[in-house]
Design a protein around this ligand. Structure first.
Ligand code: ADP
Ligand code: MG
Length: 439
């Protein structure tokens, strides 16, 4: 199964991501439908839990129609436990208030670094955690990916629980909210669902842009919102854009989301990025000189999650080379990361535009369903290139191509791979397209 996973991920991830996240992980054992996987640092663990674990579950279905859940362990914890001769690598988890609220223990105000890009949002979050339900309700935090929205929102939850361990705090992504809601209809447990969400003191709903297009969920959330609001319970929402920019969001929700305060988070400046890295390095007990920290911070400028990834990469590289971290070592470690970033900078829509222009069709044709030959091949080629040149998953690519199923994308990529073996025109076209896209 591990071999299968490796092959699958090798196709799915860009080379650098694969090296950083997958190659450093090792399977420990398969037991009770759980696969135990060890990783070298807590950043790895977080990344796996957030981004890779669900893929493992999917892969297990693909592999043998089995239900296998990954359990991610830190190599260092495992060693400690071995020393204590504990027979089981996982400590029995007792449900804690944190777990019940679904909060990540790392996302606190203490670990949050403030700077020009997030000062307003941070201040507003503090106020809300001091006076929940009274000042800014709802608090609406918006901004690009990896800039700390989830972190800040959860910090509010932590602060509330610190002050009152019995506070009823609930964190949920808008997608899980939607899923729970749909399940509650199927299982006829709507009553429970309502009780669960309408009785909290603080409701944190993350990434509500995913409410777009979900009529029933919006309807339900509207009532949840009203109940909480009328009872002066605090609501905090995050989104990648402003409420009125969310497609197909009911007007009455848009207006309610604006009742409180909307604050944005923008990309951190160099100083803030360096401070974030310093904090992380201390938390991870890494010895990194200041000039190396500034160097790393200067290389990654838009996304804190990627900044953390760069730190892990440098750390991994220094272990591999058995050398202390310095500016030149960091430069070496990040060399191909920058190249792949350059490629990753390519978006699916850029690829679509380029391919459409090349074949003299329209982007709508590529996204559409028409099946004449003049369109089918360009469409398949565009999908093939999206797969090759971006980090996007198959479902994501399908979505960008007018909402096609991920199997359609896979089929297209396989088709082009097959054609490439013999079809000189396609080989030629692809070479030209790649060159055009990279320039
Ligand atoms: P978003 O929800 O906006 O996509 P996250 O909250 O998930 O972003 O943040 C991505 C990562 O960056 C997390 O690990 C988070 O702890 C870290 N991070 C973001 N902003 C900060 C900050 N100001 N200080 C410390 N860590 C941060
Ligand atoms: Mg988030």
């Amino acid at each position: 199964f591990w071999k299968f996973l490796q092959q699958k991920f090798q196709q799915e991830f860009a080379a650098v991501s694969y090296q950083t996240w997958i190659e450093s992980a090792h399977p420990l054992k398969l037991e009770d439908q759980k696969i135990y996987i060890t990783v070298p640092s807590s950043l790895h663990k977080e990344y796996w839990e957030r981004n890779i674990s669900t893929k493992v579950v999917e892969a297990a279905y693909e592999y043998g129609n089995q239900e296998i859940v990954p359990v991610i362990l830190l190599t260092s914890d495992l060693q400690k436990q071995r020393l204590q001769k504990s027979p089981h690598p996982t400590a029995a988890a007792t449900p804690s208030p944190l777990a019940e609220a679904h909060l990540n223990s790392k996302y606190t105000f203490n670990s949050f670094v403030t700077g020009s890009g997030n000062q307003m949002a941070h201040a507003a979050a503090l106020v809300v955690s001091e006076e929940p339900g009274e000042t800014y309700n709802p608090l609406f935090i918006y901004g690009g990916v990896g800039l700390g929205k989830t972190h800040l929102m959860q910090a509010i939850g932590h602060r509330l629980l610190e002050r009152n361990i019995n506070a009823n705090v609930k964190y949920i992504s808008s997608e899980s909210f939607a899923n729970d809601f749909i399940n509650s209809i199927q299982n006829r447990t709507q009553e429970e669902f309502r009780n669960e969400y309408r009785t909290v003191d603080l409701l944190l709903v993350d990434d509500i842009q995913f409410f777009a297009d979900k009529e029933g969920t919006q309807e339900e959330f509207f009532h949840t919102f009203n109940t909480l609001y009328n009872n002066k319970k605090q609501i905090v929402l995050t989104c990648d854009r402003l409420p009125n920019e969310i497609p197909k969001l009911q007007e009455r929700l848009v207006s309610r989301f604006k009742w409180g305060l909307s604050v944005d988070i923008t990309a951190p400046d160099l100083e803030t990025r360096t401070a974030i890295l310093r904090k992380k390095a201390i938390a991870e007990k890494l010895e990194i000189p200041n000039d190396a920290l500034s160097y790393i911070a200067s290389q990654i400028d838009s996304n804190v999650r990627e900044l953390e990834g760069a730190l892990v990469r440098v750390q991994a590289y220094s272990t591999m080379k058995n050398a202390d971290i310095s500016v030149s070592l960091a430069a070496e470690a990040l060399k191909d990361l920058k190249e792949s970033q350059h490629q990753a900078g390519l978006s699916i829509s850029q690829i679509q535009m380029h391919v459409a222009k090349y074949y003299k069709v329209t982007v709508e044709d590529l996204k559409g369903k028409r099946r004449n030959k003049g369109i089918v091949v360009p469409r398949q080629i565009a999908m093939y290139l999206a797969r090759e040149l971006t980090d996007s998953s198959l479902p994501k690519i399908g979505q960008e191509f007018g909402g096609k199923d991920h199997t359609t994308v896979l089929h297209s990529c396989e088709k082009i791979t097959k054609l490439l073996e013999s079809d000189l025109t396609i080989q030629h076209d692809l070479t030209n397209l790649r060159a055009g896209l990279k320039s």
